[in-house]
Design a protein around this ligand. Sequence first.
Ligand code: ADP
Ligand code: MG
Length: 303
Amino acid sequence: MISTAPRSDFSITGLPDPRAWASARREEARAHAHAPVAAEATPLLRIRGVTLEYRTPERVVRATHRIDLDIHQGDRFVLLGPSGCGKSTLLKAAAGFLRPVEGEITLGGVPVREPGPDRIVVFQEFDQLPPWKTVAQNVAFPLRAARALGRREAAERARHYIDKVGLTPFADSYPHQLSGGMKQRVAIARALAMQPKVLMMDEPFAALDALTRRRMQEELLALWDEARFTLLFVTHSIEEALVVGNRVALLSPHPGRVRAEINSHAFDLTSIGSRDFQGAVQRLHDRLFEAAPEPEGSARASA
Ligand code: ADP
Ligand code: MG
């Protein structure tokens, strides 16, 4: 039991049964389908007219153009778009590493101006874990550094989240002794242990083989089912977007603009292969590969 944790209602240990969470998520989807909550409530993370640029001595690269998005508490919000459309840049800005040249990003009504422990980013698997720290030390370290927990409290909370991702037997192992999927689970445990307001993930499973990737998607959704954190997830995979997200924002190629926003809460890993799922994949695919981005001020995409 973690006394300081607002999410100490975790009860399940070990790895989840995929069927159990799938049916739980279908229940959730049914409940949400009739609940107009999200549209009315104040968004947790609000992105308004956000243009992001990189300035090099030679030129200015516009990465995103006037992005508007509302991410609500408990959303699994996916940014989907082709490589180079500004997904990582937008995530960096939401995390506070980059300031918009126009527009504003607010978290809980407060403008985002710098990085903070309430927004944690998980990247692709390589190189995010210091190799000289064990799994337990990797998860506990930021709790002590950024959350200012005592040694015992940090160790206890680390153990709890390591258990969540099924790595208790590897708590004393070093990163090089783990598979790619296991390292990624450590990074997820470390992020969840910080109990951020928003968990941000930038193509976190892209470097994994297909089977491990699927397994990681299952685990992430099972963790979300328990903890109901707010997730901002970046991918260029249409299937992954539909499976992981309850909402998907489709960004146009360079510079990124919001081309479409769709609800995907009806889909989960059991939907893959169904007619509805394939239809949604096809529609997103068509939109992704439509011709040039729409001209300024035009509501219609030029197909
Ligand atoms: P995505 O994550 O969707 O693949 P990025 O956000 O990484 O796209 O990049 C968006 C655009 O910004 C690309 O054209 C990329 O080349 C450019 N870019 C990214 N990082 C930098 C940087 N540090 N300096 C200059 N341009 C950059
Ligand atoms: Mg990227």
